[in-house]
Design a protein around this ligand. Structure first.
Ligand code: ADP
Ligand code: MG
Length: 288
């Protein structure tokens, strides 16, 4: 089977004052067309490094990335990228910020067609009433909606999301997860999303890729998530496979992520269970 995206033996070495640091080594991953994959791992393991190489924003030290049958060189509009906070031009409205990209990508479309595209995506993300406001007049969650609308409006081959909801309160996060899922279902864009939220990974993705701790981070485990689609959050959480999958992910983060290191306990001690604490906190949120 041919895959839409292939990361083969992907390696990243950063130059540091103490010499070269091998952050990611021999990272292998195949993603099918239209698949939604999440990438999970401890802070600092190299998730953003992998994503930014895929985005073409970070040089590849070794290995190769193939997208749609072609070796990837540099950044391009065929990949939509959403970070924790979107880079919006402050003097432009939400509409104008999205239009900026749409004009470049759909330069053969009529002005009317372009306006329709921008309005459509801004409306789907819930900004129908606010699309003519400037970033300063929008909340953080609304600005992130603009970023998501912009990414989809450009109809990329692939969507790359780096903890896009990491800075949002949980209510906004839940809303935006549902918006993202709806847009993904309608557009079927191949998606790779970095998250450290186990429940987010299980709600959204077809597979969860667990990354080992760096240095020399690689793919540690790949967990298929087969909940039927379209997904409704409560139905997913009520599914008999939900808690076993969740436990498997938490266990990976607590134990196996460190298994590459010989001094497992020392590493574990050095990183208090930030992720598992967060995960447990989410678990105590009433789910009725
Ligand atoms: N430009 C850089 N130069 C040197 N080290 C870097 C650079 N960018 C990231 N790193 C280091 O690489 C490691 C992985 O970083 P990153 O990919 O941001 O991790 P994550 O996204 O999983 O939290 C970290 O130790 C970080 O300090
Ligand atoms: Mg990161």
């Amino acid at each position: 089977m041919s895959h839409h995206v292939e990361l083969s033996e992907l390696t990243k070495v950063y130059a540091t004052p103490k010499g070269p640091a091998v952050i990611v080594q021999d990272f292998n991953l195949r993603i099918a067309k239209g698949e939604f994959v999440t990438l999970i791992g401890h802070s600092g393991c190299g998730k953003s490094t992998v994503l930014s190489m895929l985005a073409g924003l970070n040089d590849i030290t070794g290995g190769v990335i193939v997208l749609g049958g072609k070796e990837l060189v540099g950044a391009g509009p065929d990949r939509g990228v959403v970070f924790q906070s979107p880079s919006l031009l402050p003097w432009f409205t939400a509409f104008e910020n999205v239009m900026l990209g749409v004009e470049q990508v759909f330069f053969t479309a009529s002005a009317e067609e372009r306006r329709e595209i921008v309005e459509y995506y801004l409306t789907v993300v819930g900004l129908g009433e606010s699309m003519h406001k400037r970033p300063a007049e929008l909340s953080q969650g609304m600005r992130q909606r603009v970023g998501i609308a912009r990414a989809f409006a450009l109809k990329p081959k692939m969507l790359l999301l780096d903890e896009p909801f990491g800075m949002l309160d949980s209510l906004t996060r839940y809303e935006l997860q549902a918006v993202l899922l709806k847009l993904w279902r309608e557009n079927r864009i191949t998606t790779l999303m970095v998250t450290h939220d186990v429940d987010e990974a299980l709600y959204l993705s077809d597979r969860v890729v667990c990354m080992t701790d760096g240095p020399e981070a690689e793919v540690g485990d790949i967990i298929p998530v087969a909940f039927p689609r379209p997904r409704e959050r409560q139905a997913v959480m009520d599914h008999p496979d939900y808690y076993p999958l969740r436990e498997r992910l938490i266990e990976f983060l607590e134990i196996h992520a460190h298994s590459r290191k010989s001094a497992v306990s020392a590493t574990f001690e050095a990183k208090p269970g930030v992720i598992s604490d967060n995960v447990r906190k989410v678990a105590t949120v009433p789910v009725s």
